[in-house]
Design a protein around this ligand. Structure first.
Ligand code: TXA
Ligand code: MG
Length: 328
């Protein structure tokens, strides 16, 4: 299982979608685009395929995975929806929302995929390539972000190849992912709780639920000592270059991750400058976040200065990812 494999890369089309479904059915690993980031897919019902997936990612085996399904009806075979979950699913699926729910009685997803928890994370993605693969395969697909554990989430097929080439079977290249940041995770196991800010804003969710959301992952009941959302470990999103947040000026030797139209002081001396969104658009900024961080990480700078990003809307998720990337 540790032997290197040849990783094929195919442009997304009918043939590569059929190929993806065949590889999944054979217990293999396929990276494919979703609207948020590229996912690394395996047959959710095949424990050995799931084990291979953990191995390819180098992910600790206790970190549970998201099961991706074609529609809400397929999700109901995996999980129990309370009234809040049903309302959120109706409002936002398909889309960048993951629900953590009580596992259904005869849930076919491999125990390893849910790390032994009696809850399961489910999501209905909104990307035509992801949906075509789910339709062709006909079963749930577990798919963490298609990066090595602790690395940045990939928003392009090239990112996946750089990180997982030689470790997975197939990459279906559907171009850059439109949202660029992972799904928002909400646990509906009683009072709904925000577990991970992401591509769907807290405000949109709160409007639909008609109340405010708590952001307290530790408040959720869980099995044993399994971590609730290990994706929230402080070091999860980690470029090699140190990040300096809320920077208004550039120090010698630094690269700059800019935001908005006001130039940072000393921008001329920056080793490299990329702007998340010159017009201050948080949606555009989220879509650029991981690829800009990667490009600046490769610039050989002493540090990456990051200009302040407003905290509203998608800014909450962007600042969350930046804070993790900045953690030593
Ligand atoms: O946008 C996304 O969500 C992408 C695309 C590929 O769908 N996937 C993704 O998966 O970000 P991953 O594995 O990188 O992050 C999933 C997060 C992890 O932090 C995991 O711990 C958490 O979801 N999670 C999964 N099952 C859970 C559960 N039963 N309870 C609490 N957290 C859970
Ligand atoms: Mg991830």
């Amino acid at each position: 299982m540790t032997a290197p494999v040849v990783t094929r890369v195919s442009k997304a089309d009918a043939a590569s979608v059929a190929d993806a479904a065949r590889v999944l059915a054979a217990g293999g690993l396929v990276a494919f685009p979703t609207e948020t980031v590229y996912g690394l897919g395996a047959d959710a019902t095949d424990g050995r395929a799931v084990a291979r997936l953990y191995q390819a990612k180098g992910r600790p085996a206790f970190n549970p995975l998201i099961a991706h399904v074609i529609d809400p009806k397929a999700a109901q075979a995996l999980a129990r929806f309370d009234a809040d979950a049903a309302r959120l699913a109706a409002a936002f699926w398909p889309g960048p929302l993951t629900l953590v729910l009580a596992k259904a009685a005869r849930c076919p997803v491999a125990e390893l995929a849910t790390a032994g928890l009696d809850t399961i994370a489910v999501r209905v993605p909104d990307h035509k390539v992801a949906r075509a693969i789910l339709a062709a395969f006909g079963k749930p697909v577990v798919a963490p972000s298609a990066n090595r554990s602790g690395h940045l989430s990939p928003t392009r097929a090239e990112h996946v190849l750089a990180d997982l080439g030689g470790r997975i079977d197939l990459i279906v290249d559907g171009g850059a992912t439109p949202v660029g940041i992972e799904s928002t995770i909400i646990a509906c196991l009683g009072e709904p709780v925000l577990l991970r800010p992401g591509g769907l804003t807290r405000a949109a969710i709160e409007r639909t639920l008609g109340r405010k959301l708590a952001y307290t992952p530790s408040a959720i009941p869980r099995a044993d000592d399994a971590p609730l959302a290990p994706g929230m470990l402080a070091t999860h999103y980690a470029p090699r270059t140190r990040l300096r947040l809320n920077a208004h000026h550039v120090k010698p030797g630094e690269a700059l991750l800019a935001f908005g139209s006001t130039p940072a002081e000393g921008v001329k001396r920056a080793k490299k400058v990329l702007n998340l969104s010159a017009r201050g658009d948080l949606i555009e900024a989220a879509a650029n976040l991981f690829s800009h961080l990667r490009a600046l990480d490769a610039a050989g700078a002493g540090a990456i200065a990051v200009m302040p990003i407003p905290g509203e809307g998608l800014g909450e998720a962007i600042n969350d990812r930046l804070a993790r990337a900045a953690a030593p």
